[in-house]
Design a protein around this ligand. Structure first.
Ligand code: ZN
Length: 238
């Protein structure tokens, strides 16, 4: 089986790993197919997602974010999705109701902080620990433009960037090695499939540099080294 076929199979299924490198045998949805010899032994494939990679946008970049929130042992994906799909006050990062939002939009000092609900979570994919497992969350479909980085969302005139979020705050702690190595498999699969050069795997803060504007966010956090991430990704074999 060649690499591209492997990648297609990976994306027609989805997988999780146990952070202690043990097989996750409890979940009845775990299936043994496909037989991919190169897939690390501690990874099992789930069949509860079916990502339609065929109708997707021809992505050219991959933009890495952090959620800047604490990754609890619960499913934080749902909270992030709810936040993105609500009216929100970005000054203090809270969900507000529509009446409150409309009132604040009249206030010239506050209007810039008020954001309308997105139609879906901003990112295409998210990585998170839930309990002891590294989990891959399917966000926006790959056929949909994103809402994660100005100029890189695949909208008109934008560069075409897949948005990937690591749940956690990497301004205050380093990303865990388990979550990083889990992500290499998926990110490497994506860049092989779309023929994206490693240099186009960028942190959100690097999108400001490429746009020639002042860097206004350090996302994915100063303790998440993009140079190191690209180096590890380059060496990672699938
Ligand atoms: Zn970001």
């Amino acid at each position: 089986m060649n690499v591209l076929e492997t990648v297609k199979i990976l994306f027609n299924n989805i997988f999780r790993i146990n952070s202690a490198d043990k097989l996750v045998n409890k979940d009845p949805q775990i299936i043994d197919k496909p037989n991919i010899n190169t897939l690390p032994k501690h990874i099992k494939i789930l069949n509860d997602y079916n990502i339609n990679i065929k109708n997707s946008i021809p992505w050219q970049f991959l933009v890495i974010h952090h959620s800047a929130t604490v990754d609890t042992s619960y499913n934080d994906f749902d909270a992030i999705k709810k936040f993105h799909m609500s009216w929100k006050n970005m000054k203090n990062g809270t969900i507000i109701n529509e009446i409150e939002a409309k009132k604040l939009l009249q206030d010239s000092s506050m209007a810039k902080y008020i954001k309308a609900p997105f139609k879906d979570i901003a990112y295409n994919f998210l990585f998170e620990f839930v309990g002891n497992n590294c989990i891959f969350h399917n966000g926006r479909n790959l056929s949909e433009t994103g809402a994660h980085a100005i100029g890189f969302n695949g909208q008109k005139g934008d560069r075409l960037g897949i948005g990937i979020c690591f749940i956690g705050n990497y301004s205050v702690q380093k990303p865990s090695p388990e979550l990083l190595s889990f992500s290499y498999l998926i990110v490497k699969s994506l860049i092989i499939y779309y023929n994206i050069p490693i240099s186009n795997v960028i942190g959100h803060f690097e999108t400001f540099i490429l746009r020639g504007v002042e860097i206004s966010k350090d996302c994915p956090g100063k303790l998440f080294s993009m140079a190191e991430y690209r180096k590890q990704l380059m060496d990672f074999k699938i």
